[in-house]
Design a protein around this ligand. Structure first.
Ligand SMILES: NC(=O)c1ccc[n+]([C@@H]2O[C@H](COP(=O)([O-])OP(=O)(O)OC[C@H]3O[C@@H](n4cnc5c(N)ncnc54)[C@H](O)[C@@H]3O)[C@@H](O)[C@H]2O)c1
Length: 310
């Protein structure tokens, strides 16, 4: 298949590109290399074509016409909850208006399907865990609102134009290439600090939990979604809850370093716990988690260690 991956220079999108290329698909990466995102040129596989284009731009039409994709993997986004809270207009311009530009161009170019990066953040603070596809969504940030709205647009474009979709609601994705400097993910941020032998700050008491899913497993869910999961949304997680304190202890093991910990204030808007039931994805996408947390952490530590200045 011919696949455009928006955000394909970023953390998750670049792993999807690698997985699609390895499966024999043709890949075109569309990415603006946004200064506050995780996109980097050296994440892009040599065999992928790359176009430095903003998803909000009118020139997207030419990109779609020239590449003639069968499927569009839409991963470009304003991905930060904090930025969305400070600047909801920017968030909506990229995550809603950008999405609509992508969808309109899909219709014009007769694209068959969109695979969309949605988020577990759309659930907000759920009444009970684990969440699954039946759990009501109560998004608690502009970012989470735009991700939920995007799912509604996907349903509309399928009903109105026959553009198929699969939306994947990710848990906390981690792995190589995740930006260790942003607010992106506690595992990569901690690894950066552990390898530099710098102390870490844990917000709240560290007993808050997340469902950490390895990026290679997320990429394989995206591979399955090329041909399965028509018109549906799926929770993509491991079903396990891991506390920030457990992540800290595991990194002491994996890195062989011990760094001082400071406990700080709870961050505004942070949910206490998250856990995903991916039974539906197992059944309908025939997808399952292959990478245990500690193995994924080892791979991520190896990646960052190999890139440390000598
Ligand atoms: N990382 C997670 O745990 C997680 C969880 C749930 C959902 N997601 C979603 O998955 C997707 C990928 O996230 P990521 O963690 O890889 O982030 P990332 O920042 O590494 O990747 C996003 C990419 O989008 C690009 N981009 C941003 N604005 C753009 C624009 N206007 N036009 C073109 N490209 C633009 C960036 O340059 C970047 O390369 C996002 O949609 C994000 O919301 C991520």
């Amino acid at each position: 298949m011919r696949v455009i991956i928006t955000g394909g220079a970023g953390f998750i999108g670049s792993h999807i590109a690698d997985t699609y290329l390895a499966a024999g698909h043709d890949v075109c990466v569309v990415d603006s290399l946004w200064a506050h995102g995780g996109g980097r040129r050296d994440n892009i596989a040599q065999r992928a074509s790359f176009l430095h284009v903003d998803i909000r731009d009118a020139s997207l039409e030419r990109v779609f016409r020239d590449f003639n994709p069968d499927v569009v993997s839409h991963h470009a986004a304003q991905h930060s909850v904090a930025i969305s809270t400070r600047d909801p207009q920017l968030d909506a311009q990229v995550n809603v208006m950008g999405l609509i530009n992508v969808l309109d161009n899909c219709v014009k170019a007769n694209v068959k399907k969109v695979v969309f990066a949605s988020s577990g953040a759309t659930f907000g603070e759920p009444e009970k865990l684990p969440v699954n596809e039946e759990t009501p969504q109560h998004p608690a940030s502009p970012y989470a609102i735009t991700k939920m709205v995007a799912e509604h647009y996907l349903r509309f474009y399928k009903a109105q134009h026959g553009l198929d979709f699969t939306a994947l609601r990710y848990g906390n994705v981690f792995g190589p290439r995740q930006d260790p400097n942003g607010e992106a993910g506690v595992i990569s941020i901690f690894i950066g600090r552990f390898l530099a032998k710098q102390g870490i700050t844990i917000h709240s008491d560290g007993e808050q939990t997340r469902d950490y899913v390895y990026v290679g497993d997320v990429a394989s869910a995206n591979l399955a979604a090329l041909t399965r999961g028509s018109g549906s949304c799926y929770c993509i997680g491991t079903g396990r809850r891991t506390s920030v304190n457990e992540i800290y202890r595991a990194l002491v093991e994996v890195t062989g370093n011990d760094v001082p910990v400071t406990y700080g204030e709870k961050r505004a808007g942070d949910v206490r716990d998250a856990q995903f039931d991916s039974t539906l994805a197992q059944r309908e996408l025939e997808w399952s988690v292959e990478t245990p947390l500690v193995e994924g952490m080892r791979k991520t530590v190896d990646y960052f260690r190999a890139r440390m200045p000598a």
